[in-house]
Write a protein that binds this ligand. Structure first.
Ligand code: NDP
Length: 332
C-alpha cells in the first residue's frame, strides 16, 4: 500500500536554524551508516524511514560508502524513496558525502575534484535523485590543496547537484581554512559534522566556538557513542545489538565495553533515571542542550528506537548540579 505521511508530523518535532543559513533542521536526524546494507531487510529500513518522517524527522544522512557493501545504503534508500517518499521530496533534506574509499585507483577516495564530482554523480544515480540537499567532504585530505576540494564543492552547487555543502571530521584549524575558502568562493559552508557525545568531547576544544563565530551549523554524529550511551550493555551483550552483530567498518566491538566504560554507563544511567529519562534520551538531550548544535544524527536498528529517542525533546535542560555530576563521572 502506498505510504501517506502522518498529518501531525510537524507538531512533533523541534526545528533549529543551521548556523546563519536559511535552512532549519530537525533536532533529531536519522543516519544510514548501519542497518541499511545488503544484509538488512528492506522492510525494516522502510519502517525506520516511515517512522522517522511521520515524527517530523525531515533529514536523512547518507554517504557514498555506507553499506555494506559501500553504496548499498544509498541503493536501499533510493528504492524506498521511489516507493514512498517521491511525493515528499520538497519536505526532505537528504545528504551524502565523499571522502572514504569507493573504488580502486587514485581517483576513488580523499579530496580531489575528480573524485568528488564522480562520486556525487554515482550517489545521485544510486538514490534516484536529481540533487542532494547537502553534500559533504567526509574527511580532510592531507595531500590535496584545500582550495581544490572546496572549489569542487562550489562547482557541485553551481551545477545544481547539491543545494548546500558541508565538511565532516575536520579539526578546528582545517575547518577554519575550509570555511574561509568556501566563503571566498561564494558558496558558504552550511554545516560541519563532527563526532560528539558525552564520551567524545573534542568539539568543545575550539570547534564549536569557531562554528558559532562563523555562522556554520553543527550536526553531531554518533551522539549515543554507537549505542554505548544506552542501557543495553549493562547486563550482557544482546544478540541483535551493534556489538553483538560484529559489524564491519569502524563499528564498536566488545573491546569498547571495558569495566571503566561500563562503570560510567551505570552511573550515568542512575542520573538519567533521576531525570525521568532513559540513558539514550539523556545522552541525546545532553548534546542538544547546547544551542551551537543544530541537530544530532541518530542511528537506529529498529523503528521503536526512534520513538524512544524522540521523548528526549521533552527535557533538554540540565541544572548545574546534574552537569557537574555528569562531568565528574565522565572524567572519573
Ligand atoms: P548513535 O550513536 O546514535 O548509535 C546508534 C546505535 O544506538 C543504534 O544502532 C542502536 O544500537 C542504538 N540506539 C539508538 N537509539 C536507541 C534507543 N532509543 N535505545 C537504545 N539504543 C538505541 O549513532 P551511529 O554511530 O549509528 O551514527 C549515526 C549516524 O551518524 C550515522 O548513521 C551516520 O549518518 C553519521 N555518522 C557520520 C560519520 C562521519 O564520519 N561523518 C561517522 C559515523 C556516523 P543497536 O544497533 O545496538 O540497536
Amino acid at each position: 500500500m502506498s505510504y501517506i505521511a502522518n498529518d501531525d508530523r510537524y507538531n512533533l518535532m523541534q526545528y533549529r536554524r543551521c548556523g546563519n543559513s536559511g535552512l532549519k533542521l530537525p533536532a533529531i536526524s536519522i543516519g544510514l551508516w548501519h542497518n541499511f546494507g545488503e544484509n538488512d531487510t528492506v522492510d525494516n529500513c522502510k519502517h525506520i524511514l516511515r517512522t522517522a518522517f511521520d515524527n517530523g524527522i525531515t533529514h536523512f544522512d547518507l554517504a557514498n560508502n555506507y553499506g555494506p557493501p559501500p553504496g548499498a545504503a544509498e541503493q536501499t534508500f533510493g528504492k524506498i524513496y521511489k516507493d514512498d517518499f517521491i511525493a515528499y521530496r520538497d519536505e526532505m533534506i537528504i545528504s551524502t558525502k565523499a571522502g572514504y574509499k569507493m573504488w580502486e585507483g587514485p581517483y576513488g577516495e580523499w579530496g580531489s575534484k575528480k573524485y568528488l564530482v564522480a562520486s556525487l554523480d554515482q550517489s545521485l544515480k544510486r538514490m534516484g535523485l536529481e540533487y542532494v540537499d547537502i553534500f559533504y567532504h567526509h574527511r580532510p585530505d592531507p595531500e590535496t590543496p584545500i582550495e581544490e576540494t572546496m572549489s569542487a564543492l562550489d562547482l557541485i552547487v553551481r551545477q545544481g547537484k547539491a543545494l548546500y555543502v558541508g565538511i565532516s571530521n575536520y579539526e578546528t584549524k582545517e575547518a577554519a581554512k575550509a570555511i574561509t575558502c568556501l566563503k571566498e568562493l561564494g558558496t558558504p559552508g552550511l554545516i560541519h559534522q563532527p563526532k560528539y557525545s558525552m564520551f567524545v568531547r573534542d568539539a568543545e576544544e575550539g570547534l564549536l566556538d569557531l562554528l558559532q563565530k562563523t555562522g556554520v551549523g553543527c550536526i553531531a554524529f554518533s551522539p549515543l557513542a554507537q549505542g554505548l550511551l544506552t542501557d543495553k550493555y549493562l547486563n550482557n551483550i544482546p544478540a541483535g545489538s551493534r556489538v553483538g552483530r560484529s559489524l564491519p567498518n569502524g563499528a564498536i566491538t566488545e573491546d569498547a565495553l571495558s569495566q571503566q566504560v561500563l562503570s560510567k554507563i551505570r552511573q550515568l544511567n542512575i542520573i538519567a533515571k533521576g531525570r525521568g529519562q532513559s540513558l539514550a534520551q539523556m545522552a541525546l538531550a545532553w548534546v542538544l542542550k547546547d544551542d551551537r548544535i543544530t541537530s544530532v544524527i541518530l542511528g537506529v536498528s529498529k523503528p521503536q528506537q526512534i520513538e524512544d529517542a524522540l521523548k528526549c525533546l521533552k527535557n533538554i535542560e540540565f541544572d548545574m548540579e546534574e552537569l557537574l555530576q555528569i562531568d565528574k563521572i565522565l572524567s572519573g
